[in-house]
Design a protein around this ligand. Structure first.
Ligand code: ADP
Length: 543
């Protein structure tokens, strides 16, 4: 027997419809690229997204076409997401921090036909447009007054284009499995690979992240995604915040500690999300300006890289802001686990809860997760055994764009995340490493993440990275690479002493190297690949 419920496709513009009808006056506040703070409502977003869709359709954009964007978090970028997706076309977000060769490869591979670009990034696109024959229309995301003199092919001014559209445009009907978004992963091995989201996966994922034990946005929340819309779907906020009717605060191009603080404070953000490097800048700014407080902020979501204990402590103890540690990846839409207390843990002492809270957390409904050995055999959930972290679910990739990388699922349909982790008896997962970053010493594995998290707790350390260096006896031994805090002059031995007793003796780094800067990837993570190249010829004193 079949159920007798209505077919109501899970389409992204249904989220916008809901926000516009039930939360029409809720605000979207953006720091515009032109400078001033811009304010509009969900009713405005709905009107303008429809106008944009209607205008683009008149110019020939149709179902299945790919439209690239290179833009900050802001109201126009949101309008493009909803307008283009609503046409059944695909929004392809590009990370401006990638090298020109990577950008050309990715845009060409995805066959972008349209390209929306923020004023900041016009020069980047001017520099590579000749290598991008697939792009027919460039749209500069600004108004007539700020429209630059540009060589971009047939460049349209966003506000002029929008003015051609009809605000009563009716969204076309199409299947919920239609592609709506695309984001390439950095591809540390081989070429970058395109992750393709569907309407269904994005809507389901937003619902899943909006469950109370996950991020659970309320219509009374003011959500500030500092994580860019070009980094793994902005962790769903462009869908989950409107779905809940929450206020949105979009930081635009200004990502330094002072600017982030200013927006958090003046717009009274209640929850904000970003990678640890952003929070390092904010915490440093707050340290230098002790009179500043985070009064409205209740929760901060930290993911993308491991959240060090010192960072979690600073937010919770110095500023009374709850930290939610989250893990995920582009292929997972992206949220995979969140570290919130669960039933039965209500009365757990702070002392018992803290080590669990530091883990990457537990999956919300829709994410199936387990750890396996090299033969795909499941390992115990005892918090000790560690193995390949594999995942399965309706918002997780089953293949990459154009079949790049071949079959990516195991015999039971699980996707290998490339992370190595443990899972404890409560279901909390802890990442020990990327599988290619673990340090193999004497046949055992040392977690570089654990060492980094401890080292960065030293008061004189700004940033720490650990890599494996070849060793004649042990295969590899850990080298600790340190960036000192401004004005601090710690010795290597001071830092090692600080780490003593916090980890097993044989995990202790064999040496400490000081550098001016640690290389980062385009998504703000420590680039172990580059760091290993930098220390290729390094000889450990113990070797
Ligand atoms: P990119 O590698 O292009 O930045 P992703 O954002 O998809 O793309 O990266 C996902 C990876 O980031 C995960 O597989 C994991 O290794 C790492 N990661 C994400 N969140 C965390 C976290 N909370 N702790 C440790 N590692 C994390």
């Amino acid at each position: 027997m079949q159920g007798l419920m209505q077919d109501w496709p899970l389409l992204t513009h249904k989220v916008l419809d809901h926000a516009a009808i039930y939360h029409p006056d809720q605000e979207i506040v953006s720091r515009s690229v032109e400078g001033p703070i811009h304010r509009q409502t969900y009713a405005d977003l709905n009107r303008r997204a429809r106008k944009l869709a209607s205008a683009c359709e008149k110019h020939g954009l149709k179902l299945g076409d790919v439209a690239g964007t290179m833009a900050w978090n802001g109201y126009r970028h949101l309008e493009i997401w909803y307008g283009i997706m609503g046409l059944g076309a695909v929004v392809h977000t590009l990370n401006p921090r990638l090298f020109p060769e990577q950008l050309t490869y990715i845009i060409d591979h995805a066959e972008d036909k349209w390209f929306f670009v923020d004023l900041t990034f016009v020069p980047i696109m001017e520099g590579i447009q000749d290598k991008l024959p697939s792009i027919k229309n460039f749209v500069v995301m600004t108004d007539r007054d700020h429209m630059p003199d540009t060589s971009l092919r047939g460049a349209l001014c966003y506000e002029d284009l929008l003015a051609e559209g009809d605000e009563d445009f009716v969204w076309p009907e199409f299947d919920e499995n239609t592609a709506c978004g695309m984001c390439y992963t950095s591809g540390t091995t081989g070429n970058p690979k395109g992750v393709v989201y569907s309407h269904r996966s994005n809507v389901l994922h937003a619902m899943s992240t909006n469950m109370a034990d996950a991020l659970g946005f309320h219509s009374t929340d003011a959500v500030m995604p500092v994580v860019p819309m070009f980094h793994a779907n902005a962790w769903s906020t462009a869908f989950s915040a409107p779905m809940a009717g929450a206020k949105m605060i979009m930081p635009g191009a200004m990502m330094d500690g002072a600017s982030i603080y200013e927006l958090l404070d003046t717009e009274q953000a209640s929850i904000t999300l970003a990678v640890p490097t952003v929070w390092l800048m904010l915490l440093q700014y707050l340290e230098q300006n002790p009179e500043k407080k985070l009064e409205a902020l209740k929760r901060v979501v930290i993911g993308g890289s491991a959240c060090p204990e010192s960072m979690m402590k600073a937010f919770e103890e110095d500023y009374d802001v709850e930290v939610i540690h989250a893990w995920g990846m582009t292929e997972m839409s992206p949220l995979g686990t969140l570290g919130t207390r669960k039933g039965g843990m209500e009365n757990m002492s702070q002392e018992d809860w803290w080590p669990i809270k530091l883990k990457q957390g537990r999956p919300p409904f829709t994410v199936e997760m387990r750890i396996t050995d090299d033969d795909e055999k499941e390992l115990p959930r005892d918090g000790k055994a560690f193995g390949h972290l594999v995942v399965r679910g309706p918002c997780i990739s089953k293949a990459y764009m154009k079949g790049e990388g071949g079959n990516i699922l195991d015999s039971e349909g699980y996707f290998d995340t490339g992370d190595v982790s443990t899972v404890d008896e409560y279901g909390f997962m802890q990442i020990t490493d990327r599988s290619k970053d673990v340090i193999k010493s004497g046949g055992e594995w040392i977690s570089s993440i654990d060492l980094e998290n401890i080292a960065v707790g030293h008061p004189d350390v700004a940033e720490a990275a650990v890599i494996g260096i070849e060793h004649p006896k042990w295969d590899e031994r850990p080298l600790l690479v340190i960036v000192k805090k401004d004005g601090a002059e710690p010795e290597g031995d001071d830092i090692l002493k600080f780490m003593e007793g916090k980890i097993a003796k044989w995990w202790m780094p064999d040496d400490v190297a000081f550098v001016e800067e640690i290389p980062h990837t385009a998504t703000g993570k420590i680039s172990k690949l580059q760091l290993r190249q930098q220390f290729e010829d390094y000889k450990l004193p113990t070797a």
